[in-house]
Design a protein around this ligand. Structure first.
Ligand code: HEM
Length: 167
């Protein structure tokens, strides 16, 4: 099942790889905010803030992904946050909807989401199957984002040592 090239079934069964990708996109969402326009008068719950029709709203994806209410110890990389729930649930582990937004949400959610997940898993699985990867001394230990970039890009890049695995 796990011979190269990996089959669709093999890739689909790689749950921990998927958890790692989701945790990476939680800590470093490629798109840090979503843009919306208010179409109905709305009072923000628990406040006296009214949003009028036509108001531009930015959904702060990065901040939501780092809210300890939903992700305890948010700076810790912990793929188990996305482990399949014991009750057969989808891996939200009791979190409400709308707090994991790397692909957005609602009617305008990323149309390429499933393709992107599959493609990332396939690329990583094939790459890690052939190469051993370790962090280079040139890499910084705490990632800072490039301020001039629309997408989350690490300042100075990420340096890795890549060695071909022995057959
Ligand atoms: C890791 C990869 C990707 C990420 C993180 C990503 C993220 C996003 C996000 C955040 C949005 C906005 C959703 C919203 O406003 O609720 C979006 C929209 C969109 N994405 Fe992606 N995307 C990815 C890959 C792809 C791929 C592979 C395709 C096409 C094959 C694609 C096509 C689109 C399109 C067409 C929209 C606009 C959808 C609409 O407005 O109805 N994306 N994506």
């Amino acid at each position: 099942m796990y011979g190269l090239p990996f089959s669709y079934e093999a890739i689909s069964s790689m749950n921990y790889l998927e958890q790692c990708l989701k945790e990476t996109m939680r800590k470093y969402p490629p798109v840090q905010a979503l843009a919306r326009v208010c179409t109905k008068q709305f009072r923000v719950p628990g406040t006296d803030l009214d949003l009028d029709v036509g108001t531009a709203v930015l959904i702060p994806v990065y901040a939501i992904h780092h809210d300890p209410q939903y992700y305890p110890e948010p700076d810790t990389f912990n793929p188990d946050r996305f482990a399949k729930d014991g009750d057969g649930g989808g891996g939200d582990n009791g979190r409400p909807s709308g707090v994991f937004l790397p692909f957005g949400d609602g009617p305008r959610i990323c149309i390429g989401m499933r393709f992107a997940m599959l493609e990332m898993k396939l690329a990583l699985a094939q790459f890690l199957h052939r190469y051993l990867v370790t962090l280079s001394d040139k890499s910084c230990t705490r990632i800072e984002f490039e301020p001039a970039s629309f997408l989350s890009c690490p300042k100075g890049g990420i340096w890795l040592n890549v060695n071909k695995r022995k057959a």
